[in-house]
Design a protein around this ligand. Structure first.
Ligand SMILES: [Ca+2]
Length: 158
């Protein structure tokens, strides 16, 4: 099958996790900067993304199938989504603004692209902070080894 072929059905895991996490978290912007928090009651885009990653890993998906990306929306707002690559090579975007999962537009210019060891590290820190009972998670822009294009702390978030 060709990469990105639209005839591949969206995996049920992706559809279910995207829809359930979108329904479970009530949207609320971080008061300052971007802070990643796992399974929050109230959260914004990166909280949905990191929670979806955690859920899919628990369903047996491998970490190398995922990227957490930040891009600028048409409204000039920095927005984070989780990308998941299927066995067929299709990359889906799990977006808190979209009920279903949709095929990712690879032409989107990215402000942040976190994958591999850095994504594993981010998840470990966020999971660890939850276990310690700390209310705040990890600021994406505070992570080491982020590319130079990291968004400033005070950027508007969606
Ligand atoms: Ca947040």
């Amino acid at each position: 099958m060709l990469a990105g072929c639209a005839s591949e059905p969206v995996p049920q895991d992706i559809l279910q996790v995207n829809e359930s996490v979108n329904a479970e978290i009530a949207f609320r912007n971080d008061p300052a900067g971007s802070v990643a928090t796992l399974d929050p009651v109230y959260g914004d885009c990166e909280d949905y993304a990191i929670t979806k990653l955690d859920r899919l890993l628990r369903r047996g998906w491998a970490i190398d199938r995922f990227r957490l990306v930040v891009f600028e929306t048409g409204n000039g707002v920095n927005h984070a989504v989780l990308l998941a690559r299927t066995e067929g090579g299709t990359v889906y975007s799990l977006d808190n603004r979209v009920r279903s999962a949709r095929v990712w537009n690879e032409r989107e210019p990215l402000l942040l692209d976190i994958a591999g060891d850095r994504l594993t590290g981010l998840l470990a820190v966020v999971r660890g902070q939850r276990q310690l009972g700390r209310p705040a998670g990890t600021g994406l822009a505070d992570l080491p080894h982020l590319p130079a294009g990291a968004p400033p702390q005070a950027s508007p978030r969606e």
